[in-house]
Design a protein around this ligand. Structure first.
Ligand code: SF4
Length: 366
């Protein structure tokens, strides 16, 4: 048996209305299976994905996010899975089996994305992940996943559930899912992780979390103060900073990861916000996905070179080192810069605030 390029189609599952169906993982950029989890696990669609993985071909588009993470030096979802000891035990148990036989799955990790309900309109986000953006654009998210279909998934072998939004802390569908897991006693065995914008530490939410023994929280920030408030439209830095303290106290500092998306709206003024993240233990930085004009390729090289000079002093810090790699890989593209100007001013007509108020450096770029 050839080791597949990625084991996710066998051991990992992403499910929910945010992605409009079921896929191997939340990084997946390929076709999506609409319908129930059971149908998906026995579908021709999944068999084709597995075949491509075994042949090590046909995944360049669907797995582009993992490939990009690996290029900049981040651990991709694929690498994390392949290093996972439990996943290793599962796949070792298949060594005498035809891994393409229908229904050969052992779902170890579930990404659950029930809804796009969110209270923010972040600039690198889209209508699928934010109901506020959907409303702004006059789009309604298609509900293509049967409600509570997760009840048809055999959860006895699950090791972890990761929840991504929308914003998990305000979603009734997620509350129901967590209650269901608690009724099965999974809150004592499963690791629950979620990505939050930290706008909210309401009592109902924090009470639900307190029932879980193994928790991990990823807080998406992208900067502090005016930088964060410009990017994450609708957020107040004062509130979020307080909520970060609440999460650190309730969940534990070592269980919190601060996550930054590197875009054209935060890297040019990295000096304004990096100091806050340099005081945190666990920080990751990711290239923006799916919006070419917000990538570092839209920033003139001279400006990025000045950032490299500043960042060099902190290059022993892992996230800074990854940012340095991203900057070094950037290639200025004037066409993207033109698109950036157009998109920025177009959106500023709909959403109050000006990038020029964040830092004067933006007058040289946009
Ligand atoms: S390589 Fe990445 S995107 Fe592709 S299936 Fe694996 S985890 Fe998902």
């Amino acid at each position: 048996m050839h080791k597949p390029y990625c084991w996710a189609p066998w051991v990992h599952l992403q499910h929910g209305n945010v992605m409009g169906g079921t896929t191997p993982c939340c990084e997946w950029s390929g076709d999506i299976h609409k319908g129930s989890i059971k149908d998906y696990l026995y579908s021709k669609h999944l068999r084709k994905i597995k075949k491509n993985m075994v042949k090590h071909k046909g995944y360049s588009k669907s797995c582009q996010n993992c490939r990009q993470q690996e290029r900049v030096g981040n651990l991709s979802r694929r690498q994390i899975l392949h290093q996972d000891k439990y996943v290793q035990t599962v796949v070792d148990s298949w060594k005498d089996k035809d891994i393409l036989q229908p229904g050969l799955n052992n779902i170890v990790y579930l990404d659950y994305r029930p809804s796009n309900l969110c209270n923010l309109k972040c600039r690198m986000c889209g209508y699928k992940n934010s109901s506020m953006i959907a409303k702004e654009q006059g789009i309604e998210l298609e509900i293509s996943v049967p409600a509570e279909d997760y009840k048809n998934l055999d959860m006895s072998k699950l090791k972890g559930v990761h929840v991504i939004g929308g914003e998990p802390s305000i979603q009734q569908d997620l509350y129901n899912f967590l209650d269901y897991c608690c009724d099965l006693g999974l809150n004592n065995t499963l690791q629950l992780s979620f990505t939050t914008n930290a706008t909210n530490t309401n009592k109902t939410w924090m009470d639900k979390l307190s029932k879980w023994k193994y928790l991990k929280v990823e807080i998406s920030l992208d900067g502090i103060g005016p930088t964060m408030e410009y990017i994450r439209h609708g957020a107040s830095w004062t509130t979020i900073e307080k909520n970060c303290v609440v999460y650190e106290e309730v969940v534990g500092k070592d269980k919190i990861e601060y996550s930054i998306v590197a875009t054209v709206y935060n890297i040019p003024n990295v000096e304004d916000w990096a100091h806050w993240f340099l005081k945190k233990n666990n920080v990751t930085i990711w290239p923006v996905e799916g919006i070419p004009h917000q990538t570092l390729d839209a920033i003139p090289t001279g400006i990025l070179n000045k950032k490299l000079k500043y960042l060099k002093s902190y290059k022993s810090v892992a996230w800074v080192n990854n940012l340095i790699n991203m900057i070094k890989m950037a290639k200025y593209n004037p066409k993207l810069n033109q698109e950036l100007k157009y998109a920025t001013f177009k959106l500023e007509k709909k959403r109050p605030g000006s990038i020029y108020e964040v830092n004067d450096v933006y007058k040289e770029i946009i």
